[in-house]
Design a protein around this ligand. Structure first.
Ligand code: AHR
Length: 499
């Protein structure tokens, strides 16, 4: 198939917020315990954190990480995780029917985050608790000294405050599965009052209010309207969550879910704009897509398991094995975030280690990178700077979730003297014969081309096999002002041009 495309130096979408490549990690399953933290493992450092896992995390250049939940946060007492480890209580985690040992709490997590170079984005419990506990938590984390909570932190060996700026006001508060589920007005009022209190403690805080748990919730998008009605002026972001599956093994329809996500984002932008006009508000509210990933391979089995088990500690849960098809899908989804970067400022892959994660760590064994690690890494490394508009003229397809889906999915960024193109040929059988014109970029030349292609869609990586990974690409060249070449069916390309 022939595809024509064009970019122009002056046709910018937006400066990309680096936090478009943020992550999320929750106290659930083996994400924390025997994921990032496993004292006694041969790779454990002096704090009990796994060095092999930490290095894989560092290589992703993640700017921010959301913690400690997720559903877990809605019944979490943050104070259980501070002070001498031997005095910390073991609690029942109602979200995942597990036992929480509290051996990792805010100070341990901050040590890990500092070591891997990631800023913390913390969630407060607005399910079983409220303003007072949230306020105490922020005081413990961010106040310098001279008060009960700040001096308690100092007595725990942390002299300087962490100055955490990003705070999530609860998690998925519309969900019937949530401890402390609320209706939109009730939650919106609580979020509003909590936001005001948190901003007194941290005036430059960036506050994220919960949107719907996903776009299939019966209350979506009325929930967003109701919540923002109560708190628009006091928050900075509204959260979106979406998980994707392909149980029917319909690859093109699976890929079409990226367009569905675009509609989801567009609808919430509509709600935000409506509320800004209604309130005559001066402030802007942006989108924080703080949970996204593929989640379906083991979903049914997992939900049977955890509903019947007897409160295990750090059980295997949501340990999805990601295949090549998932990697192509994630590449397209990240392209969509780049194309929407004028409104989507923060996005968090959910999650980071073991639980629906790009990195897996076997207990007592090896750490390894799943197929989806690579598109996430390539976007995080090179999808910075300014997003450019790309016009694409090529064959399209219809599927049950969307019509007119381009077979070739493209995003482009411009950063200093580098333009990066992210290209996914979603066609099942045909190569894309690409001609992409570059206007305003003199003397462009290809300096790097990485490709993922040629794998069975169901192929996966494992502890002894990381075959699904990018390799050096070839066959794309610039003639005059046009990039041309052939992109194999079902392939992902990251092409960096010096301009
Ligand atoms: O990421 C797993 C779970 O999915 C999170 O705890 C929750 O917020 C969402 O429903």
């Amino acid at each position: 198939m022939r595809v024509s495309a064009a970019i122009h130096r002056a046709f910018e979408i937006s400066k990309i917020d680096d936090r478009l490549y943020a992550a999320f990690i929750e106290h659930m399953g083996r994400a924390i315990y025997s994921g990032i933290y496993e004292p006694g493992h041969p790779e454990a450092d002096g704090h009990g954190f796994r060095k092999d896992v930490a290095q894989m995390v560092r290589d992703l250049k993640i700017p921010a990480i959301r913690y400690p939940g997720g559903n877990f946060v809605s019944a979490y007492n943050w104070e259980d995780g501070i002070g001498p480890k031997e005095d910390r209580p073991v609690r029942l985690d109602l979200a995942w029917r597990s036992k929480e040992s509290n051996q990792v709490g805010i100070n341990e997590f901050a040590t890990w985050a500092g070591d891997v170079g990631i800023d913390m984005m913390l969630a407060v419990n607005l399910g079983s608790r409220g303003i007072s506990d949230a306020r105490n938590f922020v005081e413990y984390v961010n106040h310098p000294s001279g008060t009960y909570w700040s001096d308690l932190r100092r007595s725990h060996g942390v002299e300087k405050p962490y100055n955490v700026k990003m705070w999530c006001l609860g998690n998925e508060m519309d969900g019937p599965w949530q401890i402390g589920q609320k209706d939109a007005t009730e939650y919106g009022q609580l979020a509003n009052q909590t936001a005001k209190a948190l901003r007194q403690l941290t005036p430059d805080a960036e506050l994220i209010v919960c949107g719907s748990s996903n776009d299939e919730m019966p209350t979506y998008p009325e929930w967003e309207r109701g919540v923002l009605e109560e708190c628009y002026e006091n928050v900075d972001y509204i959260s979106l969550h979406k998980y994707f599956g392909n149980s029917s093994r319909d690859t093109l329809n699976f890929f079409g879910k990226v367009e569905e996500t675009g509609r989801y984002i567009q609808s919430i932008i509509g709600v935000i704009d409506f509320m800004k006009a209604k309130k005559r508000a001066k402030n802007d509210v942006y989108i924080c897509f703080d949970e996204w990933n593929v989640w379906y391979h083991k979903r049914e089995q997992d939900s049977k398991n955890w509903k019947s088990w007897d409160w295990p500690e750090a059980p295997e849960l949501l340990e999805e094995d990601y295949n090549f098809e998932d990697a192509l899908f994630i590449a397209c989804l990240l392209n969509e975030f780049i194309r929407r970067s004028d409104q989507v400022k923060i996005a968090c892959i959910a999650q980071l280690v073991n639980v629906i994660a790009p990195i897996r760590a076997d207990k007592g064994g090896k750490a390894w990178r799943q197929s989806i690690y690579w598109p996430y890494q390539l976007a995080s490394l090179y999808g910075r700077g300014t997003a450019l508009r790309v016009s694409v003229d090529g064959p399209t397809y219809d599927c049950s979730v969307a019509d007119d889906v381009q077979y070739l999915d493209v995003a482009a960024t411009h950063d200093g003297d580098i333009v990066t193109l992210f290209l996914v040929n979603r066609h099942l059988t045909e190569a894309a014969d690409l001609r992409l014109s570059l206007t305003g970029f003199e003397n462009a030349r290809v300096v790097e081309h990485q490709v993922m292609e040629g794998h069975d869609l169901r192929a996966t990586n494992g502890p002894d096999n990381e075959a699904i990974a990018p390799r050096k690409g070839s066959g794309l060249a610039i003639e005059d002002v046009t990039l041309g070449g052939s992109l194999a069916p079902l392939s992902y390309h990251v092409v960096r041009l010096s301009v």
